[in-house]
Design a protein around this ligand. Structure first.
Ligand SMILES: *Cc1c(COP(=O)(O)O)cnc(C)c1O
Length: 351
């Protein structure tokens, strides 16, 4: 645990806190770190939030050499601003960087940058119960390359934005479509890294699904289409009786921090049987409750799944009891309403 500090004496920003959406509201400052041709990172510093300049031949623009993270700071019931398991994001970015041939950010520098952004923009953190503060670290190849090879140097930036819920309409049952036309990730590809290119590739299936009236897409495993993999940018869970299953990690699935947290809460605090293994579409369609997890989405119930011509309905208005409980426990810990038994919170400021 770090020591907390008293917030700088700035009045809260005049924003419409009750109508926040999941979109960018620019804040005062961002954290920028750069490395040189020897791939040694500088100290990093806060700078005013601004547009960037880079070479037209930058590695990220030409070959998509970039990875990102997504995390949140919360204003808690105890009037503190806390981060949730930031060391997990730091570690995951090291893995993504390694996969994409980028020099990793040392974990302590990652956390130093995130904390600096939160402190300097504390007046943009939504008040208790009115949203959260989304933090977006990005690492990319900024130096010029013409041939396909790693960029000669890199940049690391952290910006943040106050946000509301990821899906319009709050905690509601999502309407999903199983994609038989597209896969999210290939075996031995970059599915387990938060590589920027993965998300560009997911836009077309997402837009098609939205045109057909769905909220998101369920992706099947490319290596075996009987198995489910993920929901857009969230991990998927199925509940049957006292058992909760989620696809095992091991290549094409993104190892979500929320996924890991929900597995822990279910096993340790709710006495559920949890399993990480191959999960078939058939058993998802046969489950009592299905939900998806992610920092942005939190824990979102899945109300309907359409597979080709068939639609399975899990919930319309009434959210399943396990999904509800997991949502309440997880958000309870994040807001310091429920005891932080696993030492997941990292206080940054007292207000
Ligand atoms: C970021 C992400 C998740 C969720 O990860 P969290 O750490 O829980 O936010 C799940 N799937 C994909 C594909 C993602 O990009």
């Amino acid at each position: 645990m770090t020591t907390t500090e008293v917030a700088v004496d700035r009045p809260l920003q005049d924003l419409d806190w009750d109508n926040l959406t999941f979109s960018v509201t620019p804040t005062r400052s961002m954290w920028l770190m750069e490395c040189d041709k020897e791939l040694v990172w500088n100290e990093g510093k806060l700078e005013p939030f601004r547009n960037l300049q880079m070479s037209p031949a930058a590695g990220v623009l030409n070959y998509g050499q970039g990875a990102f993270e997504g995390m949140k700071a919360y204003h808690t019931e105890k009037n503190r601003i806390v981060l949730f398991r930031p060391e997990e994001n730091a570690r995951r970015l090291v893995d993504s960087a390694t996969r994409l041939c980028m020099p990793p950010i040392p974990e302590e520098k990652f956390i130093e940058g995130v904390e600096a952004v939160v402190r300097d923009n504390a007046d943009f953190v939504p008040p208790f119960g009115r949203g959260s503060f989304y933090i977006r670290p990005i690492l990319w190849g900024s130096g010029p390359v013409l041939g396909v090879k790693p960029a000669p140097w890199f940049s690391f930036l952290i910006y943040a934005s106050p946000v509301g819920l990821y899906f319009k309409g709050g905690l509601r049952c999502l309407n999903l479509k199983v994609s038989h036309d597209f896969h999210r990730a290939a075996p031995h590809g970059t599915g387990n890294a938060k590589a920027i290119g993965n998300y560009a590739a997911s836009l077309y299936p997402l837009m098609q699904a939205k045109e057909e009236g769905f909220d998101e897409v369920i992706y099947l495993k490319a290596a075996n289409e009987e198995l489910v993999e993920e929901v857009g940018a969230a991990n998927i869970f199925a509940v049957k009786g006292n058992k909760m299953v989620t696809p095992r990690l091991g290549g094409s699935i993104l190892p979500g921090v929320t996924r890991d947290s929900v597995l822990t809460i279910a096993a340790e605090l709710m006495d559920m049987e949890t399993e990480e293994r191959d999960v078939t579409l058939e058993e998802v369609l046969d489950a009592d409750e299905v939900f998806c997890t992610g920092t942005a989405a939190v824990v979102m119930p899945i109300g309907k799944i359409t597979d080709k011509e068939n639609t399975k309905v899990y919930c319309e208005e009434q959210i399943g009891p396990v999904t509800r409980k997991l949502y309440d426990m997880l958000t309870g810990i994040q807001k310091e309403k429920v005891e932080d038994r696993f030492d997941w919170l990292r206080p940054v400021l007292e207000i």
